[in-house]
Design a protein around this ligand. Structure first.
Ligand SMILES: [Fe+2]
Length: 313
């Protein structure tokens, strides 16, 4: 089967039902899909890309090379399992932006990233409502669940993956599932590397100009009671070219309470086999994140198990 690519424009025409069905299938069977014509202007995306690459060359590349040299990473002989071949920085947008505190950002780049975040926040909320529609949940259910007392947590991880001499020994980013809600990725359209695990095999997420890759985090798996899955993925470093990746995480607020949507449990109860098989826990999002910080590169199931032992909320 082909990696799901969704033309969002078709949601406004006679192919709406078929397009919604394609999104549903992607959420159930891939945990990933790629969207085109999502409403963020292509010229704007080009500007974000060129400024992100410029910032990397000016402020990050030399530092990365020094780190590689100091650790002798370019001549390793055995697999490196405790670090990733990536150069990153994080920007928080919500509940409070920290962009003014991030060092080395030019004023126009800072302004552009703020604008970019606003567009992605809107897109993430639109996507959550499409998911609600497919799940049979009321409009706004997912957004409201993520809200907590201060609104969602939203941030961007800005990454560059420089060419790596030993991609078989050092991963760009080791395999993991994402902890949060819905993730929107603006990735390099030329340098590939992102792969997801499907039916036991690593499948490439195809680079596509001006697309946004969408994937679902652990919280959506819990809320949908496992109807949708957060899927393992990784970045394989390339020997040629530097890969840019801007991953924006639309996550629950720190005090949001996360649990399977009752409406989805009721539906499942009609199915005799699944009766009373409540697999997923109820917890406060920040408790999950504390656990995730220590266990990111391990399977998600023990995380869900561990949350069951945390005092009921
Ligand atoms: Fe990830």
């Amino acid at each position: 089967m082909e990696f799901p690519v969704i033309n969002m424009e078709k949601l406004n025409g006679e192919e709406r039902a078929a397009t919604m069905a394609k999104i549903k299938d992607a959420c159930e069977n891939w945990g990933f899909f790629e969207i085109l014509n999502h409403g963020i202007e292509t010229e704007f995306m080009d500007r974000v890309e060129s400024m992100t690459k410029g910032h990397y060359q000016k402020c990050m590349e030399q530092r990365f090379k020094e780190m590689v040299a100091s650790k002798g990473l370019d001549s390793v002989q055995t697999e490196i399992k405790d670090l990733d071949w990536e150069s990153t920085f994080h920007i928080r947008h919500l509940p409070q932006s920290n962009i003014s505190e991030i060092p080395d950002l030019a004023d126009d780049y800072r302004k552009l990233m703020k604008e970019f975040a606003g567009k992605l926040e809107k897109l993430a909320e639109e996507l959550l409502d499409l998911l609600c529609e497919n799940l049979g949940l009321e409009k706004g259910y997912l957004k409201n669940t993520f809200y907590g007392s201060k609104g969602p947590t939203f941030g961007t991880k800005v990454s560059n993956y420089p060419p790596c001499p030993k991609p078989d020994l050092i991963k760009g980013l080791r395999a993991h599932t994402d902890a949060g809600g819905i993730i929107l990725l603006f990735q390099d359209d030329k340098v590939s590397g992102l792969q997801l695990l499907k039916d036991g095999e690593w499948v490439d997420v195809p680079p596509m100009r001006h697309s946004i890759v969408v994937n679902l985090g652990d919280q959506l798996e819990v809320i949908t009671n496992g109807k949708y899955k957060s899927v393992e993925h990784r970045v394989v470093a390339q020997t040629d070219g530097t890969r840019m990746s801007l991953a924006s995480f639309y996550n629950p607020g720190s005090d949001a309470v996360i649990y399977p949507a009752p409406a989805l449990l009721e539906n499942e109860a009609e199915d005799d086999q699944k009766k009373n098989q409540l697999v997923y826990p109820k917890f406060v999002f920040e408790d999950y994140m504390k656990l995730y910080a220590a266990l990111k590169f391990q399977a998600k199931e023990p995380r869900f198990e561990a949350m069951k032992a945390v005092a009921a909320v």
